[in-house]
Design a protein around this ligand. Structure first.
Ligand SMILES: *[C@@H]1O[C@H](CO)[C@@H](O)[C@H](O)[C@H]1NC(C)=O
Ligand SMILES: *[C@@H]1O[C@H](CO)[C@@H](O)[C@H](O)[C@H]1NC(C)=O
Ligand SMILES: *[C@@H]1O[C@H](CO)[C@@H](O)[C@H](O)[C@H]1NC(C)=O
Length: 386
């Protein structure tokens, strides 16, 4: 080879490298434009699943935004609603909801009370939803396959289904695990016993993510679990000694277990990144934000961080026998004894178990830019691998 042709080859190689570098950086700066969201989870992101199957979460749920019950355990919108809004997508219809559902931009498989572990009990027996994560995955499989048959048939129903390519371009969101932790305690397990089954939960979680990946899912947005030890329904029901209460007033053992779960969840996400070369997995630290909100409520413009807005009496305005919206009959007349507080917009806790719309918005506003994510990547870029 002459020195001249060597130089030409060198220049061509250099050019190729530059073109590659440019296209990589251009690609990583392109917003994802998710055409759909498929959500899996529990009441933190249920937009009507449990209500469709087991009866509507009645008034005053939904009062602050939907002006009536809207399948959500909240006075208004959930974090998943703010995610949909910010991506320019409609609120997600629950897969289980036969009435007025429109799945063109995704579907919600979450139900209140869902666990990662397959449930063997009815809702009446345990209080946990039979629609555990594995069932949500079966439903997603069915949805994926049949929505495309229905779409190909056209007409009114075909127009309510997502496009085939939306399944690989969609954002897959997850918020589940809290009920797996509380269910053990409600069965009188010790913290060590609860910790012992956390790895099994995450094996199950990984299996589901891989199942979705096998069906073309690529972008995963995974919320960790919140400080369950700061929630009235946990503090009211479980035995806590004075030494177990932290400076915020939350129960340390339950928060420790939640953090242990989160640590294992993060580890699972790291493993999944290795095993699924085409997946972009974003781990979102909801715990830190919710704990910050509760422990510095006043600074953030909120009041009574440990009290439920909608409830009935006691230290936490929470009574397990008279949940939010409960009514009793007095002289033949029904009266609501667990009503909403005057101003839910300054409260963090809605009903002793769930957060208010105002708190959900506060959390959403801080996760959307990616500053609480691993990798640090905004919601709109969550289709890109680091
Ligand atoms: C379903 O939603 C899509 C997107 O928001 C909308 O264009 C369409 O009109 C809706 N279909 C019905 C029947 O409401
Ligand atoms: C349900 O039963 C299976 C099989 O016995 C078990 O592995 C699983 O942990 C059980 N689930 C719960 C929530 O107890
Ligand atoms: C847990 O312990 C409490 C108090 O000892 C008892 O009343 C309850 O029946 C126990 N629950 C289960 C599921 O064993």
């Amino acid at each position: 080879m002459t020195p001249d042709s060597q130089r030409k080859i060198f220049l061509a190689a250099l050019l190729l490298l530059l073109v590659n570098l440019l296209s990589v950086s251009a690609r990583s700066k392109t917003p994802c434009e998710f055409p759909a969201i498929f959500n899996f989870g529990d009441s933190n992101s249920d937009t009507g699943g449990l209500s469709a199957a087991f009866g509507q979460a009645g008034p005053p749920h939904g009062e602050s935004f939907f002006h009536g019950p809207a399948g959500r355990y909240c006075d208004g919108r959930l974090i998943i609603d703010f995610i949909a809004e910010s991506l320019g997508l409609p609120y997600l219809s629950a897969f289980l909801d036969a009435l007025g559902s429109n799945f063109t931009h995704g579907a919600n498989f979450a139900t209140a009370g869902s666990t990662i572990r397959p449930q063997n009990t009815t809702l009446q027996q345990s209080g946990f939803s039979p629609i555990s994560l594995n069932v949500q995955f079966y439903q997603f499989n069915d949805f994926h396959r049949r929505s495309q048959i229905i779409r190909s048939q056209g007409g009114v129903f075909g127009g309510l289904m997502p496009e085939a390519e939306d399944f690989s371009r969609a954002l897959y969101t997850f918020d589940i695990g809290q009920n797996d932790l509380t269910s053990g305690y409600f069965l009188n397990m010790t913290t060590d016993e609860v910790r012992a089954y956390v790895p099994e939960l995450l094996d199950q979680f990984k299996t589901i993510i891989k199942g979705i990946y096998d069906q073309g899912g690529r972008s995963f947005w995974i919320h960790n679990t919140g400080p369950v030890g700061c929630l009235p329904y946990v503090m009211d029901r479980l035995l806590i000694t004075a030494a177990q209460v932290d400076e915020t007033g939350c129960a340390t053992p339950f928060n420790d277990v939640a953090q242990y779960f989160n640590w294992k969840l993060k580890e699972a996400v790291f493993q999944l990144r290795k095993e699924l070369p085409k997946a972009a997995l974003t781990y979102v630290d909801i715990y830190t934000l919710k704990y910050d909100l509760i422990s510095h409520a006043r600074k953030h413009g909120f009041e009574h961080p440990l009290r439920a807005c909608c409830g009935h009496g006691g230290k936490y305005n929470f009574n397990a026998h008279f949940g939010c919206g409960s009514k009793i009959k007095v002289k033949g007349k029904e009266i609501m004894i667990a009503r909403s507080c005057k101003d839910p917009s300054v409260m963090i806790n809605w009903d002793g178990v769930h957060y208010t719309q105002a708190a959900n918005k506060w959390v959403f506003d801080r996760i959307v830019d990616g500053s609480y994510s691993d990798p640090v990547i905004p919601l709109t870029m969550a289709c890109h691998r680091r």
